[in-house]
Design a protein around this ligand. Structure first.
Ligand code: THU
Length: 134
């Protein structure tokens, strides 16, 4: 595994911390996400569930909405933190592909153990992206 630099390590810690804000009374599955933007800023998110289940949102897309609304669109790293190092769902892979196919993706446990070290494009092979519309 490629060693993590300072910014990447900060992103890992930020994702783990973000999971503490998860609102997951239905699944009890807490997720934290952190996006490291090209300018060094880190945007975090957590899953926010809803009594009307489909209205819930994943941690990754929460972080992405924050980032894009703050002017960040280019990400070098996506960190997802869960109890078991689970990887992003299909919808989140699609949302991330829109902005940063080359971004590295780290799926870590709350103890910081890396379960997945990949890229957005690798996680969604033959994905539909802005280039597909040309
Ligand atoms: N979840 C995420 O936040 N990100 C993912 O990529 C996978 C699933 C959330 C959605 C729901 O709140 C809980 O995890 C269980 O599916």
């Amino acid at each position: 595994m490629q060693p993590l630099d300072d910014g990447q390590q900060r992103a890992v810690q930020a994702a783990i911390q973000a999971a503490q804000q998860a609102y997951a009374p239905y699944s009890q599955y807490h997720v934290g996400a952190a996006l490291l933007a090209a300018d060094g800023r880190i945007f975090t998110g957590c899953n926010v569930e809803n009594a009307s289940y489909p209205a819930g949102i994943c941690a990754e897309r929460g972080a992405l909405a924050k980032a894009v609304s703050e002017g960040a669109r280019d990400f070098s790293l996506v960190v997802v933190a869960t109890q078991n190092g689970g990887s992003p769902c299909g919808i989140c892979r699609q949302s991330l592909l829109e902005f940063s196919p080359a971004a590295r993706v780290l799926c870590v446990t709350f103890e910081g153990l890396v379960h997945v070290d990949s890229t957005v494009a690798e996680l969604l092979p033959f994905g539909f992206s802005p280039r597909s519309l040309i």
